[in-house]
Design a protein around this ligand. Structure first.
Ligand code: SF4
Length: 200
């Protein structure tokens, strides 16, 4: 009897999950059509610098912003799961006796949105495998607001994040462009607008 090797999963990044929730066409364009990456504007460069400054400050801060009394911090933690075919680098991990807490820094005043929630959920799936510890909550730290907001990682959110991985791979395998976001305001500022004929 011949053994058929299981097909390798298309390698995805946590940012693909975030982008899919924002608009499913964005990871499709990158992964299937191989459209070039986003160019870095001056404002984005400043955002990257602010992000690094926050990380430097975080080394000297307490964990009070997250309502945590203790925990050991690690920064820029790279994680990967062959089982999920997923990888990503989280800004900060706080390891405690009974849990692992994840933190992502965001340079925005706009507040928490669904793409952030599912980005953190995808990180939670990775962290649970990486640290062999449950991840029940995560935080987004909004740099301009100097404020952290908690996200509870629920079973429904985990299931949806896994579904997103399947949807991205399905669209790429079928080479079929998915429906775009229903939030038309996103299209006005999207670099991929020239490729979306139904949005002109
Ligand atoms: S233009 Fe709109 S539909 Fe097209 S990729 Fe951008 S956000 Fe999505």
């Amino acid at each position: 009897m011949t053994t058929v090797a299981s097909e390798a999963l298309l390698d995805l990044a946590v940012s693909d999950v975030r982008q899919h929730v924002y608009c499913p066409r964005i990871p499709y364009f990158r992964l299937c059509l191989r459209l070039p990456h986003r160019f870095v504007t001056g404002a984005m460069q400043e955002g990257i610098l602010e992000h690094r400054r926050t990380e430097d400050l975080e080394h000297r801060r307490t964990l009070q912003a997250y309502g945590l009394e203790d925990g050991e911090r690690a920064f820029d933690v790279q994680m990967r799961s062959a089982r999920l075919g997923l990888g990503g680098r989280i800004d900060m991990v706080v390891r405690r006796a009974t849990e692992v807490v994840l933190v992502e820094f965001k340079n925005t005043r706009a507040g928490l949105v669904l793409p952030h929630k599912y980005q953190l959920t995808a990180y939670a799936l990775l962290a649970e495998e990486h640290f062999e510890e449950s991840v029940r909550r995560a935080f987004v730290y909004f740099i301009p607001l100097k404020r952290a907001q908690q996200i509870d990682i629920t079973p429904a959110m985990r299931a949806y994040a896994r579904r997103v991985l399947g949807e991205i791979r399905g669209a790429v395998a079928r080479e079929r462009m998915p429906d775009g976001t229903r939030v038309l305001g996103r299209c006005r500022v999207c670099e991929f607008l020239p490729y979306c004929n139904d949005r002109w």
